[in-house]
Design a protein around this ligand. Structure first.
Ligand code: C2O
Ligand code: CU
Length: 654
């Protein structure tokens, strides 16, 4: 994918110039008041309407203040504009505003030319400074494999995309604790096919490590909510009641269920108003570990405690001994002055990195203590229910730990835990721990790169005599494996869709927050919030996280794919590390399951069925997605604040 240096126009690009050249002529201008492309007569055949218009939807755009914006250009595509007004123009790329240049229109400068070509390569314009005669043309050609475009504005003009951030009209949510019941410990609820269960979201008091209970939100008064244990192949009914002061829905993360019960507001269902009810019917086709959480303002609702775990049990040989199981919901919370850090009713904040907490939580408390017998095999299901923080779970040295499964499936056979995987929000792992027989405690902790580990919990051996260690049960391991056949067959073949994960930030806010390319931090995975002041202030009107289809250049809500049931779709995800804030994105696909086929070209030899994947900054992953479940679904970044800035697209399986 190395772009040809100084390559001439490709045939496709030539066509594009023919199409576009007539559009952005800035003719007959008076003073600095430029007139740009006429949207309604766009030669791209697109007639603009107010609805559905975004500044970045691939056609030319006159922002009315003399600012001109070209279309998003794929690799090899060009755009040109004619400049008639004397003066200086600043130009930049809209999704990558740190790519900057200058156009001087001069009748007297001997360097002024009639026509100048500028390339966009390695996230840089060459040349950056251009001098043209009045009526001169500048042509930009993109040689990068991701889309760029050009926004040119008279020096001093306001940026057309500048938000009205810093609005003071945001109001905090009510934080009183008066009259609220105390939270209760999480209960495990066993449900059979045909059972009905009542689930209510409401307010409680709970101490997440402040030393004093604060107002939190809970399912059935429990933090985390009840653990639902359901056999594979069942349907169970959940009668949900919303006792929150705000609207909500429940999303049953990872279950391949009927889309009417998927909990996506305005797509699967109308949000449930305060006091309202909704009847969900869950289906459990696949043994594995799942969870449930709200799909409305997750930044607030999940942070305050709304999440619960679902265990779907595969068929078992009753004579096969089974390990003792524990669920550990990994989370964090951002505390300030003895309460949760500010939350705005109207708007999400922490929109750059997401709301990383300053207190990690295991099952709703700073640490959790679990008891088992010496020598016993213990099965731990870790689920990351945090808003944004990825977690790596490590164990006391010399503990025997085996990887059993992840998300919606199991490895071929148990294998040594080895290098701790990153568990991003939405992801799950299942591991077996063999309790030591002498020395009695296994500590599991979060180990962010380069930072001291933070204890999440411990497994303490009981006073009993050591028990015989049972082998790992075989039951789950052959369950969903045969079904991988068609997906595995497409492994390492062509790619159907390519997504680029990108970031755009209003240059004015970038300057205000003192963000620039030279002081930015590049980590493939951000385990901590390294810019918390700027991040806390950041709202979606200042920035945008982007999933962009690299063929159509459509982004986020403009993405809507259609597939046939049974299609195996190969998706390459490229997460740029050239943006203003490179970081990992956990990408979640609703209603289906997928295999991670490769990472940076390295084939995955033991895939499991998953529904979320962590894509580190600067990496490329290929997913093989099984489009098995009809309906209209979303895919999105599972950092709640990124989702709230619009990092989400849609697809229909027919
Ligand atoms: Cu767990 Cu759409 O999310
Ligand atoms: Cu993200």
């Amino acid at each position: 994918m190395i772009p040809l240096r100084g390559s001439p126009l490709r045939p496709r690009a030539l066509l594009l110039v023919l199409i576009l050249a007539a559009v952005p002529v800035l003719a007959g201008c008076v003073g600095a008041d430029l007139h740009g492309a006429d949207d309604d007569h766009g030669a791209d055949g697109h007639t603009d309407t107010e609805a559905g218009h975004t500044a970045n939807d691939g056609h030319n755009d006159d922002h009315g203040n003399g600012t001109l914006e070209g279309p998003l250009l794929a690799k090899g595509q060009s755009w040109e504009a004619t400049f008639t007004t004397l003066g200086t123009f600043k130009y930049h790329c809209h999704p990558h505003p740190f790519m900057e240049g200058e156009i001087v229109v001069s009748a007297t400068d001997p360097a002024a030319r009639d026509r100048v070509e500028v390339t966009m390569q390695n996230f840089k314009f060459t040349p950056e400074r251009v001098v043209v005669k009045p009526g001169g043309t500048v042509k930009w050609t993109n040689l990068d494999s991701v889309a760029h475009n050009v926004v040119a504005a008279p020096a001093g003009a306001a940026d057309p995309h500048a938000g009205h951030g810093g609005s003071t009209s945001f109001t905090s949510i009510d934080r009183s604790t008066a009259g609220l019941p105390a939270s209760k410990p999480t209960q495990e609820v066993r449900l059979k096919h045909g059972d009905t269960f009542d689930l209510t979201a409401g307010l409680v008091t709970h101490d997440p490590g402040t030393g004093k209970p604060i107002q939190m939100w809970a399912y059935n008064g429990q933090i985390p909510g009840p653990t639902l244990r359901i056999p594979e192949g069942a349907n169970v009914t959940i009668n949900f009641k919303n006792n929150l002061p705000v609207e909500t829905t429940v999303h049953w993360h990872g279950l391949r269920l009927d889309p009417r019960f998927d909990g996506v507001p305005h797509l699967s269902q109308k949000p449930v108003p305060p006091g309202g009810v909704f009847r969900y019917v869950l289906s459990t086709p696949d043994a594995g570990v799942y969870w449930y959480h709200p799909h409305v303002r997750e930044d607030i609702q999940q942070e305050l405690g709304l999440a619960g775990v679902i265990l779907v049990d595969g068929p078992r040989d009753p004579s096969e001994p089974w390990p003792r199981e524990f669920v550990v919901a990994l989370d964090d919370i951002k505390l300030e002055n003895g309460d949760v850090a500010t939350m705005w009713r109207e708007e999400v904040n922490h929109a750059i990195m997401g709301r990383y907490g300053n207190q990690t939580l295991a099952n709703g408390k700073p640490t959790v203590t679990l008891e088992a017998d010496p020598g016993e095999r213990v099965r731990l299901h870790f689920v990351n229910i945090a808003n944004a923080r990825p977690i790596k779970v490590v164990f006391t040295k010399n503990t025997t730990v085996q990887s059993i499964g992840a998300d919606a499936g199991y490895y071929k056979a148990p294998k040594p835990y080895g290098h701790a995987p990153t568990i991003s929000p939405g992801e799950r792992i299942t591991v077996d721990v063999i309790m030591p027989t002498n020395g009695s405690t296994v500590i599991f902790s979060n180990e962010p790169h380069g930072m001291p580990p933070v204890e999440l919990g411990r497994l303490v051996a009981s006073k009993k005599a050591p028990v015989a260690t049972i082998p790992a049960p075989l039951s789950p391991h052959n369950l969903s494996r045969p079904e991988m056949g068609p997906a595995l067959q497409r492994s390492n073949t062509t790619v159907d869709i390519e997504w680029v994960l990108d970031f755009w930030m209003d240059p004015a806010h970038m300057a205000m927050m003192n963000m620039n390319l030279s002081n930015r931090v590049v980590h493939t995975v951000e385990y901590v919030d390294n810019m918390s002041a700027a991040n806390a202030e950041a709202t979606p009107d200042m920035l945008k996280w982007i999933i962009r289809d690299n063929a159509t250049l459509k982004e986020n809500k403009d993405l809507h794919y259609t597939f046939k049931q049974g299609d195996i779709v190969r998706i390459r995800i490229k997460n740029l590390n050239t943006t203003m804030h490179p970081m990992q994105h956990p990408i979640h696909i609703h209603g289906q399951r997928f295999l991670v086929d490769s990472t940076n070209g390295r084939l995955n030899t033991d895939p499991v069925w998953k529904d979320v994947v962590t894509v580190p900054a600067g990496s490329e992953m290929i997913l093989t997605v099984e489009m098995s479940n009809p309906g209209t679904w979303v895919f999105h970044c599972h950092i709640n604040e990124h989702l709230e800035t619009g990092m989400e697209g849609m697809f229909t399986v027919k």
